[in-house]
Design a protein around this ligand. Structure first.
Ligand SMILES: C[S@@+](CC[C@H](N)C(=O)[O-])C[C@H]1O[C@@H](n2cnc3c(N)ncnc32)[C@H](O)[C@@H]1O
Length: 240
């Protein structure tokens, strides 16, 4: 995995955020530091969301084994905007769940969660979900394989697999699966399903992907995290 060069931001707990940008989109600072790890294979990171300490086991074996900044942004937003984005008793499916931080926070906030990712990520994902929810009075999140664009009709038939929210954080980065990713978002979002997508914008191709998303979904930007270049979007599928 590439090494990342990002400076730790010196953020204090009470600096929670929200200034309006010129465009009117609320601007936030990430309250949890994103510190990429490349020096050791396994590490445990501690987070605090929705009144709970969350411990995440990370590794550098694959992209899904560290917490990415989009996950921190979405967790922070969900924690701070529980009335606007009410996850209680909602069916939430996360794609590219990685370490599972977002799925854990969604579970704590009352959702029925299915966390999905590539097969090689699922053991660590299962470990983190189980470790962080087993002693809480929350619904046990489910872990399932979902490879973008593969076997969706068979594994997630629309007639029985309908979700209130599809969540995705930092699923857009330098990879070749963007067509399959967009097809998966489109497939999973039935009328009424809300897409929550937070992503660090790094490359011009990220903005091109955003344009493609906007052609299929009615998209609104919910928040901007300029220090980490993360943008958070909410959307629903366009109905023709
Ligand atoms: C950059 S990581 C983000 C992980 C996590 N969402 C976060 O924000 O911390 C991208 C995630 O997408 C998953 N992913 C990449 N390609 C995929 C594919 N073709 N099908 C399913 N998941 C994929 C990776 O395994 C990884 O967990």
């Amino acid at each position: 995995m590439e090494e990342f060069q990002e400076e730790e931001s010196e953020l204090k707990e009470d600096e929670d955020c929200s200034l309006a940008s010129d465009s009117g989109v609320p601007v936030f600072k990430l309250l949890q530091k994103w510190v990429p790890k490349a020096a050791h294979y396994f590490d445990k990171e501690h987070y605090h969301y929705a009144g709970h300490q969350i411990t995440i086991q990370e590794s550098i074996e694959n992209y899904g084994a560290v917490v990415w900044p989009g996950a921190l942004a979405l967790c922070q937003y969900l924690e701070s905007n529980q009335q606007e984005i009410n996850l209680k008793d909602k069916r939430v499916l996360e794609i590219g769940a990685g370490t599972g931080l977002v799925s854990i926070v969604a579970s704590i906030l009352g959702a029925y969660v299915i966390a999905t990712d590539l097969p090689e990520v699922l053991d660590n994902l299962e470990f983190n979900l189980s470790k962080n929810t087993r002693n809480l009075n929350v619904r046990k999140p489910e872990v399932r394989k979902l490879v973008w664009g593969k076997n969706l009709n068979e594994d997630f038939p629309k007639s029985t697999h309908c979700y209130d929210f599809i969540v995705a954080t930092d699923v857009v980065y330098h990879h070749t699966a963007l067509d399959a990713l967009l097809a998966t978002m489109t497939y999973l979002c039935q009328p009424g399903t809300v897409l929550l997508w937070a992503n660090k914008f790094r490359f011009s191709t990220d903005y091109k992907f955003l344009d493609r998303v906007c052609s299929i979904f009615n998209i609104t930007q919910l928040a901007d995290f300029p220090e980490s270049n993360v943008k958070l979007f909410i959307g629903t599928i366009r109905e023709n």
